[in-house]
Design a binder for this molecule. Structure first.
Ligand SMILES: *[C@@H]1O[C@H](CO)[C@@H](O)[C@H](O)[C@H]1NC(C)=O
Ligand SMILES: *[C@@H]1O[C@H](CO)[C@@H](O)[C@H](O)[C@H]1NC(C)=O
Ligand SMILES: *[C@@H]1O[C@H](CO)[C@@H](O)[C@H](O)[C@H]1NC(C)=O
Ligand SMILES: *[C@@H]1O[C@H](CO)[C@@H](O)[C@H](O)[C@H]1NC(C)=O
Length: 392
């Protein structure tokens, strides 16, 4: 495994200070507290400082020789709790959209080595919607031949939700749908909306009811990066990005020259749903022609891991200042699925044929799976509210 080999070389070349891991959650929900942990091994060195930066701006430092040793600097979105923070751990008491960014830990040793090691991680802040999507513009009564023209409005979230319409539990045909612009809120959140427009047909009233529902699906991506491999006269790890549960790179050589063939694999750590892998050459996404797709590996415990190969011939242009950098990322997503109130129209027909004058309630078979539901009886429209959170 190239990773182990490289680390071996890297640590032998380096003197004593070693940065072992930087733990920053890849994503949190707004308001959540956050731990930023940096673990290092000084061996025979003495610690000079531990400093934390967000997007290259310092917000915390710990210098054992200072009095007091810990200091914080005000930075938008970084809520350091000094009492809970110490040498390797910084506690942010809460988070908001401004907390999103790249966090770097930098550890320096005292004289004589003054050696400094650093590593950074991305932190994404997401905002869950407060409730399910709402259906707007429903009339109290529809007859066959009437036009339904309603919109589904999702609650504001980050990232914005993707809305789907269902007519009688089937996804609505495209011709019924019309796009509406997301509503942008001042706080940075967006509310998606989508219109549904069609003329009520007899076929819509198969069970004498017309059921309308929309779902808002929010897909939050959690990306983890592999160690960045720097290829030059030697192959080494840059020390940036990697995390214990990130993907690993293997199959590499210890040295590459122009004309050599790079043939490496990126493997994701095990997860419930397979991760999506992406290769980067010098921070640019690798072209699909260089990628080798392999089937997802299923483990005995039911967990899965993905493998993506990178195969290309090294050209002069790959080297910038004598170096080429390779890295891969694994992205997992957590899907948050919210469903609107279900609007049920129809049920009890007074006359034969198509005209519906009266409506009554109908139980929706899908109700079994809902966690909770409210029922409100209106004169002609029964509304179910179901809010479901599916976390995959
Ligand atoms: C970070 O450090 C704190 C305090 O020691 C600990 O409670 C927390 O579990 C650590 N987080 C991780 C991800 O290890
Ligand atoms: C998977 O991640 C865990 C930490 O979450 C780590 O201990 C383990 O070594 C990783 N496995 C691989 C194959 O990288
Ligand atoms: C990459 O993984 C695939 C599938 O496991 C394997 O067949 C192939 O030999 C690997 N390639 C390298 C360079 O390790
Ligand atoms: C969301 O939930 C609905 C049913 O409540 C289901 O039909 C749909 O497939 C779900 N979507 C995702 C992405 O899980």
């Amino acid at each position: 495994m190239i990773k182990l080999f490289i680390l071996g070389v890297f640590f032998q070349v380096a003197t004593t200070l070693r940065l072992l891991d930087v733990q920053v959650p890849t994503a949190v929900n707004s308001n959540d507290p956050v731990w930023l942990n940096c673990t290092y091994d000084l061996e025979s060195d003495e610690l000079y400082s531990v400093k934390w930066y967000k997007n290259n701006v310092e917000f915390y430092r710990y210098l054992p020789s200072d009095d007091p040793p810990a200091q914080k600097y005000n930075l938008l979105g970084v809520y350091v709790d000094l009492l809970k923070s110490n040498l390797g751990h910084v506690f942010l008491s809460r988070s908001d959209l401004n907390t999103d960014g790249t966090y770097r830990c930098e550890v320096s040793a005292e004289a004589p080595s003054f050696q400094t090691e650093r590593a950074e991680r991305e932190l994404r802040v997401y905002v869950l919607p407060k409730g399910g999507p709402k259906i707007r513009g429903v009339k109290s009564q529809y007859s066959a031949g009437n036009k339904v023209d309603i919109t589904c409005l999702a609650a504001p979230s980050k990232p914005p939700a993707v809305i789907k319409w269902f007519v009688n539990d089937e996804e609505a045909p495209k011709v019924y749908l019309y796009q509406l612009e997301n509503i942008r809120h001042k706080n940075g959140l967006q509310a998606s909306q989508k219109g549904l427009r069609f003329t009520v047909q007899p076929s819509h009233l198969l069970n004498r009811v017309l059921k309308l529902r929309c779902t808002a699906v929010i897909s939050q991506a959690y990306s983890m990066s592999s160690e960045e491999i720097i290829v030059g006269n030697t192959v080494r790890a840059s020390g940036l990005y990697s995390s214990a549960d990130g993907p690993t790179i293997d199959g590499g050589l210890s040295k590459y020259q122009v004309g050599d063939s790079v043939n490496v694999n990126c493997s994701s750590n095990k997860s419930r749903k397979p991760a999506t892998l992406t290769w980067f050459i010098n921070d640019k996404k690798a072209q699909s022609i260089s990628l080798m797709h392999y089937p997802v590996a299923e483990h005995e415990d039911g967990l899965k891991s993905s493998i993506l190969g990178l195969h290309f011939t090294v050209k002069g242009h790959h080297f910038h200042k004598g170096e080429m950098r390779l890295k891969c990322t694994a992205t997992l997503s957590k899907v948050i699925n919210t469903t609107s109130k279900e609007t049920v129209i129809g049920g009890h027909q007074q006359t034969s044929g198509l005209h519906i004058f009266e409506t009554s309630s109908r139980n929706n078979k899908n109700e079994k799976s809902t966690q909770y539901s409210w029922r409100n009886l209106f004169k002609t429209v029964i509304i179910f509210l179901t809010l479901q959170l599916y976390i995959q």
